[in-house]
Design a protein around this ligand. Structure first.
Ligand code: CA
Length: 245
């Protein structure tokens, strides 16, 4: 995928059984230049999502669970990005979806504009990939070199512990993406390691302090309430490819 440089419209499937929501989201995405199809059931979605670049996925559908669509996509190794639509009180579903590889979520009720903004952001970052690495791509002020295990804020090196480096490296795998505490534990300490969420929180706190001391902004690592952490994308509100349309 070449992202915003592509001349071929990116294909989005909106899976949502409430017609008014499906229509307004589809309309806003089409107006933004995407090719959009809609599905109101798990059965309809299954075939449609095959060639999608991104799927906007409601979790509660008349014939089943939207999570099954996400599972299908990830099991067949398709790299379609997924943005989950979830209700405010469905925190457990939201966490499960992120752990199963959803890229982001939007909480209902939402405005179609909010969905469009998330879609743009997710497609931009899946196109850029791991651009946060020290030796390549557009720079965040916070960068790492995975081989030498060096981290810098602007040009100032950070003196990080193994855990702090691995935490930062995991968060920088996809800048802007939310990682749950369980995902961070799996990636940093190892699968199935028994560790309290608090331990993750204290390491993040130390990491933030070091970033701040090196002249960076501790808020670059954002707490996503009830879910986990993410690295804030620098200038994430701007869209360098499409300009201000
Ligand atoms: Ca629904």
């Amino acid at each position: 995928m070449t992202g915003y440089l592509s001349l071929v419209p990116q294909r989005i499937v909106v899976v949502e059984d409430e017609p008014a929501i499906a229509e307004s989201v589809a309309y806003s995405l089409e107006r933004d230049g995407y090719t959009v199809s809609t599905a109101a059931t798990v059965a309809d979605a299954r075939t449609l999502v095959d060639n999608a670049d991104l799927v906007v996925l409601d979790l509660i559908l008349p014939d089943g669970d939207g999570i099954d669509i996400l599972r299908q996509l990830r099991q067949t190794g398709q790299r379609a990005a997924v943005i989950v639509l979830s209700s405010r009180d469905a925190e457990a579903d939201r966490i499960l979806a992120l752990e199963m590889g959803a890229d982001d979520y939007v909480t209902k009720p939402f405005s179609p504009r909010e969905v469009v903004a998330r879609v743009r952001a997710v497609l931009r970052r899946t196109s850029i990939g791991a651009a946060a690495d020290l030796n390549q791509g557009p720079a965040l002020p916070l960068r790492i070199d995975r081989e030498t295990r060096r981290a810098v804020v602007y040009k100032q090196g950070l003196d990080l512990t193994r855990v702090e480096f691995d935490l930062l490296a995991t968060l920088l795998d996809v800048p802007g993406r939310v990682y749950t505490r369980a995902q961070l534990i799996d990636r940093v300490w190892g699968d199935g390691f028994a560790l309290s969420d608090r331990t993750v929180d204290s390491h993040v706190k130390l990491l933030r302090r070091k970033i701040g001391e090196a002249g960076g902004n501790a808020d670059w690592i954002e707490t996503v309430r009830g879910v986990g952490y993410r690295v804030v994308e620098d200038g994430a509100t701007q869209d360098p490819g499409l300009g201000s349309s």
